[in-house]
Write a protein that binds this ligand. Structure first.
Ligand SMILES: Nc1ncnc2c1ncn2[C@@H]1O[C@H](COP(=O)(O)OP(=O)(O)O)[C@@H](O)[C@H]1O
Ligand SMILES: [Mg+2]
Length: 332
């Protein structure tokens, strides 16, 4: 048997998505093709310490040193800030360690929602209208909130540009609650995006770069349908049973083609590699509003992208293999 490839699966991390990431990483480790790969889990603690293969927590620099000497390729199963936002990718790039998924540049671009929307718009895609609020505006938040509601209509969705999933997205129907959200979010980030609320069917469009064919492939769409509310109820989406995930999404063939085209285009416009998952809101008139592109989406066997890959005939372990091969080919 030829020498097996040494894979380090990076998981955990200091972001709010620590637990989800541990699940993603454990799934990857358990599904490495044992003929080709030998895996070790690298868990980054909430305190920033690094633990290799269940060993004693080490300070980051020591952990990195060990990682570099024992690893051929890193599988990044980190989500959110410091994992998905380009910082870890930049670190691994400088260390000349191949890693899965998008590079530091595409990762940081995709993490910033308003910058991402600018790129979508340049590429001819439709996005929800929005206005930006900056930290310097803080003294007059309530009149500002009134103006925003007058311009965008009610309700609006406010989003921070720094925090990742589930933290820093909120809905407001009146000036008072919008002003409260703004004050809250401006503490975390210098800018807040306030978007028109789109009443819509929500689908997500997963894309992979398939190293076996050399092609970028749009996978089947997944519809995410909240079950506990007929309008946007954000928290419900993250509770077990809070939303149905239907794959392939039961929408028309035309809309399917259009959303897959959008997923592919978003992937390319942002410069993503390996995989991405673009969220799209389809309004009542059939207009597709692109929301965001996730560069390291949830990656347990039952997460949305792996589910879509399974529909397309790629097992979870195939998917892990494709991402690793794509990473190795790119860094060769
Ligand atoms: N403009 C909008 N109109 C209606 N719903 C929205 C809008 N923006 C976001 N949402 C809802 O909020 C969810 C989270 O927003 P998103 O921008 O994807 O942030 P996150 O990084 O938390 O996933 C979306 O999946 C969608 O259900
Ligand atoms: Mg999202």
């Amino acid at each position: 048997m030829s020498k097996r490839i040494r894979v380090a699966v990076l998981m955990g991390g200091v972001s709010g998505e620590h637990e989800v990431s541990l699940k993603s990483g454990s799934g990857v480790l358990a599904n490495l093709d044992a003929d080709k790969y030998v895996g070790q889990g690298v868990t980054i603690g909430k305190d920033g310490s690094w633990s290799l293969d269940g060993g004693e927590p080490l300070e980051m620099l020591k952990g990195l040193q060990q990682l570099v000497s024992e690893t051929d390729v890193v599988f990044l199963a980190l989500h959110g800030p410091n994992g998905e936002d380009g910082s870890m990718q930049g670190l691994l790039h400088l260390l000349r360690l191949p890693y899965t998924g998008s590079d530091y540049y595409a990762s940081s671009l995709a993490m910033n929602k308003p910058r991402t929307k600018d790129v979508y718009v340049c590429g001819g895609l439709t996005v929800a209208p929005h206005r930006m609020v900056y930290a310097g505006d803080q003294s007059q938040l309530e009149p500002l909130a009134e103006e925003l509601l007058a311009a965008l209509g009610s309700p609006v969705v406010a989003k921070t540009t720094k925090l990742g999933s589930s933290v820093g997205v909120g809905i407001a129907r009146d000036a008072q609650s919008l002003a409260r959200l703004l004050a809250d979010y401006l503490q975390f980030s210098g800018e807040v995006m306030v978007e028109q609320f789109i009443k819509a069917t929500e689908v997500t469009a997963p894309v992979i770069d398939n190293p076996r064919t050399g092609r970028c492939e749009a996978l089947p769409l997944v519809e995410i349908r909240p079950t506990v509310s007929d309008w946007f109820d954000y928290r419900a989406k993250y509770e077990v049973g809070g939303a149905l995930e239907i794959c392939p999404a039961p929408i028309s063939a035309e809309l399917t083609t259009e959303c897959q085209r959008i997923g592919l285009l978003a992937h390319r416009l942002l410069g993503c590699r390996g995989m991405s998952r673009t969220d799209i809101l389809i309004d009542g008139a059939g207009v597709c509003h692109v929301v965001e592109t996730n560069t390291i989406p949830g990656f347990t066997a039952t997460s949305l992208l792996p589910q879509a890959a399974a529909q397309a005939g790629y097992s979870y372990s195939d998917l892990v293999d494709m991402l690793l091969q794509e990473a190795l080919a790119r860094h060769r």
